[in-house]
Design a protein around this ligand. Structure first.
Ligand code: 4AD
Ligand code: MG
Length: 429
């Protein structure tokens, strides 16, 4: 019977077959050890001279790293083994013998590993990260599904910018130019007026020229949008969402997260409420730092790191200056130089993982902002319609999956948080 490693506990004492790859092998006197992987886990297999046909002892040296193989044997409980089981190996059949696998257990540089990303994802650490990613995405979607949000996909090919014209990827769309979506938000504003509470989830694109540990050119974003919601409602939704995804992820993938040497105590405390810091108060704090921050500007990485020092939980910064935010951000009625925006910054220096806010409803202000941002009014006719027909306040946010995952896993760089990262200078593999 073909069994996966993750289910092996159900088959103790029975002869089973597994299909997978050689992780590594070693010998100790006459006993041979094979560490086998099948995508669901690692399994130690032991070949004893008395328990197998002699030919398998002779063939054992053919089990080179990453050789694909079908193995048969009997599992037994072995507390000292990874996963708690061991397989008494009886026989194996080689499917394809691998020669000169480029990634050996020794240390490799990041550049080399990135070039071999298609193979690197087979390793234990990458495996753990990408499993946590899959679970994170599931929990992100669960949160919104459970809370009555409707999934409404936004298009990827779009005629105009959402987040500013400097990071647009242009593509030919028959006779005209199109751009890869930077955010599904503008479409969310339409679907929110159709369904009340919506979210979209998909890849988003930014032609980021910056080479930092937080920037990808293609990343996955989860974006909710709620009709009749205020900035306060939005922050409340975001904090409940973050508590949910962190705690659920921890429950489900504790073993993987621990294997990444992440201090999980730092995740266990991620419970609402999160602090809310006005941009002006953040600016006051930054005055006392040596980050070179200038009032009215967006935060740079050093500013975010400085602010993060005061917190063990994520915290909001709200009401950023209007001039540094996208055209759709609602003006703060108390101070028209500010916007009803909010970012959520993760602790431990991770910084912004969520960006969002309340959307401008005033058609005249919107028209002016479209012009000020160098956008073409004719591309926004449909968007203006949302303010003409049953206009209501809406608010929402976007969570970058990779940045959230880097924080949850305690990784220094986002490049390991996605199977095939796209960055400045990296389009391959
Ligand atoms: O702050 P951003 O640009 O906000 C928006 O796009 C809004 N339209 C979302 C909304 O309100 N519906 O991006 C949101 C999040 C950031 O906080 C960050 O986590 C992630 O997307 N992000 C990136 N992640 C990786 N690489 C990049 N280049 C990113 N740019 C943004
Ligand atoms: Mg942002």
């Amino acid at each position: 019977m073909r069994v996966y490693i993750e289910d092996i506990g159900k088959y103790v004492g029975q002869e089973i077959t597994l299909k997978g790859w050689v992780y590594h092998t070693r010998s100790s006197g006459k006993i041979k050890f094979l560490v086998f992987r099948d995508g669901t886990g690692l399994l130690q297999c032991v070949l004893f001279p008395g328990e197998t046909d002699r030919k398998f002892l002779d063939l054992f040296s053919d089990l080179t790293q990453e050789t694909s193989v079908i193995i048969s044997g009997v599992p037994r409980v072995e507390k000292r083994s990874t996963g708690g089981f061991e397989l008494g190996l009886k026989s194996f059949e080689i499917v394809h013998k691998t020669l000169d696998y480029p990634i050996s257990p020794k240390e490799h540089g990041v550049g080399f590993l990135m070039e071999h990303r298609h193979l690197w994802i087979r390793s234990k650490r990458q495996h753990a990260i990408l499993r946590v990613r899959a679970s994170l995405i599931k929990h992100c979607r669960d949160f919104f599904d459970i809370n009555g949000f409707i999934l409404c996909d936004a298009p990827i090919l779009t005629p105009s910018a959402c987040e500013g014209t400097t990071t647009l990827f242009e593509t030919q769309y028959f006779e005209e130019k199109a751009y890869l979506s930077q955010s599904g938000q503008l479409y969310n504003e339409a679907t929110a007026r159709a369904f009340g509470k919506v979210y979209c989830f998909g890849p988003t694109f930014r032609a980021e020229k910056s080479k930092t540990r937080k920037h990808l050119t293609e990343f996955w974003m989860l974006e909710p949008e709620v009709a009749f919601a205020s900035l306060e409602d939005n922050m409340e939704l975001a904090e409940n969402f973050i508590e949910y995804i962190v705690q659920k992820n921890l429950e489900e993938k504790e073993e993987e997260i621990k294997s990444l040497e992440r201090d999980i105590e730092r995740l266990k405390i991620i419970k609402t409420p999160f602090d809310r810091l006005h941009y002006n108060d953040a600016a006051e704090r930054l005055k006392k730092s040596d980050t070179g921050f200038v009032y009215g500007n967006d935060f740079g990485a050093p500013d975010e790191s400085f602010l993060c020092q005061h917190y063990h939980k994520p915290f909001f910064v709200h009401r950023f200056p209007k001039k540094i935010k996208a055209f759709y951000m609602k003006q703060d009625p108390k101070d028209p130089t500010l916007s009803l925006s909010c970012d959520l910054l993760a602790p431990e220096g991770y910084g912004e993982i969520i960006g969002g806010g309340a959307r401008e409803e005033n058609l005249e202000i919107l028209r002016k902002e479209v012009e000020r941002h160098g956008l073409r009014e004719e591309d926004f006719g449909w968007y203006f319609d949302l303010r003409k027909y049953g206009s209501v306040p809406t608010a929402g946010f976007g969570l970058g999956i990779e940045r959230a995952l880097a924080w949850i896993c305690g990784l220094p760089h986002v490049r390991e948080t996605i199977p095939f990262p796209r960055m400045l200078e990296r389009l391959r593999p």
